[in-house]
Design a protein around this ligand. Sequence first.
Ligand SMILES: Nc1ncnc2c1ncn2[C@@H]1O[C@H](COP(=O)(O)OP(=O)(O)O)[C@@H](O)[C@H]1O
Ligand SMILES: [Mg+2]
Length: 377
Amino acid sequence: MSKNIFEGGSEENLIFRDERFLYPEFVPEKLPHRDAEIDSLVFALKPITAGKKPQNSIVLGRSGTGKTAAVKYVLKELEEFSDRAKSLYLNCFEFNTRHGVLTEISNFLGEPTPRRGIATDEAYSKLLAALKRASFTPIIVLDEVDQLLQGNEASKLFYDLLRVVEHEKNGFGLVLISNDFSFSTKLDARVKSSLAHQSITFEPYSPMQLKDILRERAQYAFHPNALDKEAINVAAAHAAKLGGDARIAIESLLKAGRLAERENVKKLLPQHLQQVFAEVDASGLKKYVSSLSEHERNLLLLVPSSSEIGSGELLEKYSASVDTPLTPRSFRSMLSKLESLNLIRANFTGKGVRGRTKKISLLVPKAAVLRELDQTK
Ligand SMILES: Nc1ncnc2c1ncn2[C@@H]1O[C@H](COP(=O)(O)OP(=O)(O)O)[C@@H](O)[C@H]1O
Ligand SMILES: [Mg+2]
């Protein structure tokens, strides 16, 4: 009988003890350098444990600063601690309409509500009825909440939620998460003061902080001695350069580890990391490309591959390519969106002709920009 193609090779992994500790959805038990942010979330939600109303928060920070991980971790701890709290996590890439969000919340509250074949106002009434009967305080997380602003239903949804928050006697907690710092300025005052009562900011990680994070995750993911002593430094330095993004650091270790396993070597070396960086650097663009507007895509295409461009020059270039010129304000907001997703870096340089200018450079490989943006046109 011929040998099965799955036979042979080593079953023992030389590199990973358990690679799942490096998966993006894994929620670590320890989040180094996020104590203050976690405390703020605890403070906002703690009243629930005493049967009181929580405070609603908005969590802001660039991509890869640990927002999703910290919120999930806090809610897991809260639910373990108190039966009164139950949370629902919704990523607004998936639930990006008023209807989708409302039906999902009603379902979570125990009121079966189909997503199709039911009017949105009816879904909202079902939600209110279910809330009255609920024996716990719901906490709803809307992650990547800026996705809701794409359509025009967002403000209606926020008003629905506002009414719930204001009239619900038993409390209803809301945690909004956004990469976009200007998100809360896009909300009107009443919505903002009630739904985003407390704002918690996550700063990009420094190289030292990234090292601590990687060390913590690596001890569960890798066999002892499977990491070259320089590997963590190299991955941390790379991710620091690309905006202090922990996702890039962790994903680099995962991909490089897999490469080392395929080569059947005993150690993950810096060269393995070098080989996977281009792919990892492009993955942020892949993840967020669908959230970019036509204008943002075109602007990104104009950023040169290996040099910097002044913001004034970039605006001129952009204006030359379109019929209706951008206002400086919308130009700035597009730049800050691209920056929040770690697609570009924008640093202030001293003075330009018209006041402060920024130097813009690309943080993702140009080849990936061309590939991703052409495909989605
Ligand atoms: N302080 C930290 N400690 C351990 N892992 C972290 C920390 N911050 C972020 N991570 C990890 O980095 C990745 C990106 O974090 P994430 O929470 O998704 O960022 P964001 O939501 O801000 O884009 C995830 O795999 C997450 O588990
Ligand atoms: Mg996130």
